[in-house]
Design a protein around this ligand. Structure first.
Ligand SMILES: O=C(O)CCC(=O)C(=O)O
Length: 251
């Protein structure tokens, strides 16, 4: 009898140990999954209130995920980006392929991204997304009246050899942060024709949109374009946020 009770208590304590061990393994796996998940530049503070002194995200569309960020940049930051770029712009059709752009632009050199003003902007972006080292260098574009960018996707197409190679090298362009550096008198909206959304350029505001669905698949609804400017000059800065942390920048 006593032997039996001993063996019962032995087996129940070994069961307990087994459960404890299983629980620890599951907890560890969950932790690892969360750490891996942190590589995704997901939106992190959309519910923070404006009193936190962090620009607030306003949802414009759920599918695709589009957020407007009022007053993301200060006037001084907008002017800094315009002043440091305006004498170096090249016709966009010389610097981009596959998409019809008729504006003027430049890709910042990596050293230029080290400027404290730019670093400050990147730090602000990091309150919203996981800005990995492999994210591409910032681009500044100016459009005069009549100039535009045709409808396109920012994601690399995983079904093409070139797209798959770029995903391997730089990581998928999971989302895009587009900042407006000046007001535009008329036209120049950023349009998402698949969902009938138009974002008006307002100096200092930004639009953050996801090129991929939450499950990581590319999102065809993220098709977007820069409508022709009708009156005034449109200035934007673009930061493409890549998923993978390779320590290098895509061209
Ligand atoms: O000009 C815009 O509003 C959009 C520009 C754009 O999508 C691009 O240059 O890739």
């Amino acid at each position: 009898m006593s032997n039996n009770s001993n063996s019962n208590s032995n087996s129940s304590s070994s069961n307990n140990n087994r459960y404890k061990y299983k629980y620890k393994v599951v907890k560890l796996m969950y932790k690892m999954m969360m750490m891996l998940g942190n590589d995704d530049p997901e939106v992190v503070n959309k519910d923070k209130s404006s009193t936190d002194n962090i620009p607030k995200l306003i949802e414009v569309s759920q599918k695709p995920r589009i957020y407007r960020i009022p007053k993301f940049l200060t006037d001084e930051e907008c002017e800094h980006l315009i002043e440091t770029s305006k004498n170096k712009l090249k016709p966009c059709n010389e610097i981009s392929s596959g998409v019809h752009r008729s504006g003027w632009g430049l890709f910042m050199k990596e050293g230029e991204e080290d400027h404290p003003v730019t670093q400050n902007i990147f730090n602000r972006m990091k309150t919203f997304v996981n800005l990995t080292e492999s994210s591409e260098v910032m681009q500044v574009i100016r459009y005069n009246p009549g100039e535009e960018t045709s409808a396109h996707f920012d994601y690399f197409n995983p079904l093409t050899t070139n797209g798959a190679m770029k995903i391997g090298l730089y990581g998928q362009r999971i989302c895009t942060i587009l900042m407006y550096l000046a007001d535009v008198e008329e036209g120049g909206e950023t349009s998402f024709p698949e969902v009938n959304v138009k974002v008006k350029p307002i100096k200092g505001d930004a639009v953050l949109f996801y090129n991929c669905k939450p499950n990581g698949e590319v999102d065809p609804l993220s098709l977007h374009q820069g409508d022709p400017v009708i009156k005034g000059t449109k200035w934007i800065a673009i930061k493409l946020v890549n998923q993978k942390n390779t320590g290098s920048s895509a061209p």
